[in-house]
Structures are given as structure tokens and as C-alpha cells.
Design a binder for this molecule. Structure first.
Ligand SMILES: Cc1ncc(COP(=O)(O)O)c(C=O)c1O
Length: 396
């Protein structure tokens, strides 16, 4: 069989791979704690589950919805984005309901990228960006972050990418895995850089409600002059703990939304109709869920930051947003993959190797606190300390 060459730039998802290993270890009786995936441990809000069940039982939502998505959900998305970023979108023509954030990203790249086109992607960045660019036939070009300076984005890399012909850039704020929350002045620099050539910004704002220490999420679309060159993507997956609903959204200029719709119709027809009914309730009514999850993530972050500060051999930035630490292990001389194997095999602690997030993630590990409750964190810290000590003892 001859397989497509496009797949050469695509990887299996490292987090799904680790989750499968964890399942096998648990089935064999090992007490593994997984901090590999970004799957919230909360339940979807009760009102959302009720609304979804009623939509299923009532029978009226078993068919395809309008391909753009239920109008009431597009209206709810538009209200939500206005509340969070102050940007207005017409639910009729500027909003598309997608199958999770991922589909929105794929559709946008499918609509914007020609074979061989360079696309700027964050490095380290969510592993799906590179693969999705490759699937669209594009060529991922990295822009980096400055680990010594609290993971601020390297705007010079973006400039070089634009000068090298990139006409699409992906921004993720708050960012996975670095916890970077882009500042207004960084976004203004990106606006200035992309303005002349009219480059499009695809922004992934799935972690928007999770920012800490007074840092606030700012959408690139809210920067003056950016709205009509920016596609906002998001989902109910993380913020409302609804990963399995597979409902996301994209909002942007109608010309781009129409072209994405063309692909969406052939690919999936529409997002799951009764799941969309649940998403309406999440977006319209569940504002307290967002703040209580954010409070809980902040408490977890603080416990981990304090505990890790007293461990030897680990260096980290305290994340300003999202739900990840991305530490380095100076002096240990192991790759992220080797470290992840040691933590899993010797410490029963599943973490994601930094290499999965691009070359900029080398020799690091991503620690997700999305799914580990506060009461388990002392045990997590104990296991981390024991593994690091074991590695050091093996060398002395
Ligand atoms: C930055 C980022 N965007 C998007 C997603 C996935 O979103 P969805 O499940 O809605 O497709 C993830 C999942 O880990 C993520 O980390």
C-alpha cells in the first residue's frame, strides 16, 4: 500500500500514547498517578449533563443540525466571546461550531494553506499544531520562547518567519505547555509584524479562563486592527470539563468562516447535535464553573510550585496561565523521554516528555495539573523527589 507523503510530518499524539501505557500499568496493578494529559478531573456541570440528556431523550436533537451549528449555540458563543474579549461576532455569518477546538484548527489551515507554505507555530507548543500544519500540506516554522525570561515569546523569530514568507501564524494564549499569557504589547508587536503582509493569526484560546496573579487573557482579535485578520478558536472541552462532548467553535471574518464551512460540510457535516444543546447551557449559565475551576487550578499550581522549589535538580517557571509546569533538569543529562520513562517506571508518575512539544521542549517534562486534586499533590511531590534522588544516587 502506498501511504500519503503528508503523513511524514505527522506524529501519533504523545499524550495518548502515555495514557495507553498508564492504562496497561494500572491493569497490571500499579498505582500510577497520571499528570500527562490535560483532561480536567471535574465532572461536566450537572445542568449541562441534564440539558444534554433531555436533548437525547426528547428526540428532537437526533438529526444533523445546521452545518454551521445550532443558531442558539452560535449566539451563545458570540455572547461568550464578547464577555471575554470585548469583540463582537455575528452569529449568522462569523461563527462556526466545530468538533472540538481541533477541528476548527484543521479547517482554518485547510482554508488558508497551500502545499509547502510556511506556517509559524509555537515551539515548544501543543503537539497538534505541527502535525495539523503538516496534514494541511504546510511546513511548520518554529517561533520560540525565552525560558530564562519567564517564557516570553521571541518576537524576533516571528519577524524572521514573516520575512521568510509565512502568511499564517498560530498563537496559543494562555499557552500549553509554557503557561505564557501573551501581553498586550507582545500582541501589538505581532499586529505590527503581520500588518504589512496581511498575515492571518489563528488563535487558540481554549485555556482563556485559566490565568493567575492578575494576568488577564487578551485575545489577539481584541487588538486594534487585528479583528479581521484573526480567527479565534476555542471549545467547551477544558473550561467546562466537557472533553467528551467534542464541541468547539471558531469566530472570525465571514470569508474565512465560509471557506472553513465548505470543508466542515464534507468532513463531519456538523458537530453532535445534542452535545451542542449541552454546550449552550455551559456557555450561557455556567460562569461559576469557570471561576471555581480556575481557583482550584491556582491552588494546585501553588502547592506544586512551593513543593518543587524545595526539590534538588529541577528548575521551573511558575505558569501565569493554563495548567502546566514545564521544568528543566539541569545537570542530570537526560532527555525528556528518558526522564519520563524513569518517572513512570521508578516513581509510578506519568509525565509528558518535552520533546513532544517541538525541538524547543528538549530535556524538559510537562507536568499537567488539570486532573490531579490538591490532596494528591503531596504524594506527587514525594514521588518526584524520590525519583530525582534515585537518579542522583545512581551517578554518585
Ligand atoms: C492548547 C490546546 N488546544 C486544544 C486542545 C484540544 O481541544 P479539543 O479537545 O476541544 O479538540 C488541547 C488539548 O490538550 C490543547 O492543549
Amino acid at each position: 500500500m502506498k501511504y500519503s507523503r503528508r503523513l511524514e510530518g505527522v506524529d501519533y499524539s504523545a499524550t495518548i500514547d502515555i495514557s495507553d501505557r498508564v492504562k496497561r500499568m494500572k491493569a497490571a496493578g500499579r498505582d500510577v498517578i497520571s499528570m500527562a494529559a490535560a483532561r480536567p478531573d471535574f465532572d461536566a456541570p450537572a445542568a449541562v449533563r441534564r440539558a444534554t440528556s433531555e436533548a437525547v431523550l426528547g428526540g428532537a436533537y437526533s438529526g444533523y443540525s445546521e452545518s454551521r451549528g445550532l443558531l442558539e449555540l452560535r449566539e451563545a458563543v458570540s455572547e461568550h466571546l464578547y464577555r471575554w474579549s470585548g469583540v463582537e461576532y455575528d452569529p449568522e455569518s462569523e461563527v462556526l461550531i466545530t468538533v472540538g477546538q481541533r477541528e476548527g484548527l484543521s479547517l482554518a489551515l485547510g482554508a488558508l494553506v497551500d502545499p509547502g507554505d510556511p506556517v509559524l507555530v509555537p515551539d515548544p507548543g501543543w503537539l497538534t499544531y505541527r502535525s495539523t500544519v503538516a496534514l494541511a500540506g504546510g511546513r511548520p516554522v518554529s517561533f520560540g520562547f525565552c525560558a530564562e525570561d519567564d517564557y516570553r515569546p521571541r518576537v524576533g523569530d516571528l519577524r524572521r518567519g514573516i520575512e521568510g514568507g509565512a502568511r499564517v501564524t498560530i498563537i496559543n494564549t494562555p499557552a500549553n505547555p509554557t503557561g505564557t499569557v501573551f501581553s498586550r504589547s507582545e500582541l501589538e508587536s505581532i499586529r505590527d509584524l503581520t500588518e504589512q503582509c496581511g498575515a492571518t493569526v489563528i488563535t487558540d484560546e481554549i485555556y482563556a479562563p485559566f490565568t493567575y496573579d492578575g494576568h488577564r487573557h487578551i485575545s489577539p482579535a481584541a487588538i486594534e486592527g487585528m479583528r479581521d485578520r484573526t480567527l479565534v478558536t476555542g471549545a467547551v472541552s477544558k473550561a467546562w470539563a466537557m472533553t467528551g462532548w467534542r464541541v468547539g467553535f471558531a469566530a472570525g471574518p465571514s470569508g474565512l468562516i465560509d471557506r472553513m464551512l465548505m470543508i466542515h460540510q464534507h468532513l463531519v457535516s456538523c458537530a453532535c447535535t445534542f452535545a451542542q444543546k449541552g454546550a449552550v447551557v455551559a456557555l450561557r449559565e455556567e460562569h461559576d464553573t469557570l471561576s471555581s475551576m480556575a481557583r482550584s487550578y491556582l491552588a494546585r499550581r501553588d502547592i506544586l510550585a512551593e513543593g518543587m522549589a524545595s526539590l534538588r535538580g529541577i528548575e521551573f517557571n511558575v505558569p501565569r496561565g493554563a495548567c502546566f509546569f514545564f521544568p528543566a533538569f539541569p545537570g542530570i543529562g537526560m532527555t525528556g523521554r528518558e526522564l519520563a520513562t524513569r518517572f513512570l517506571e521508578d516513581g509510578d508518575l506519568a509525565l509528558t516528555p518535552g520533546e513532544a512539544f517541538g525541538p524547543g521542549g528538549a530535556n524538559r517534562l510537562r507536568i499537567s495539573f488539570a486532573s490531579t486534586p490538591e490532596e494528591m499533590l503531596p504524594e506527587v511531590l514525594r514521588r518526584m523527589g524520590a525519583v530525582l534522588e534515585g537518579i542522583r544516587d545512581g551517578r554518585d
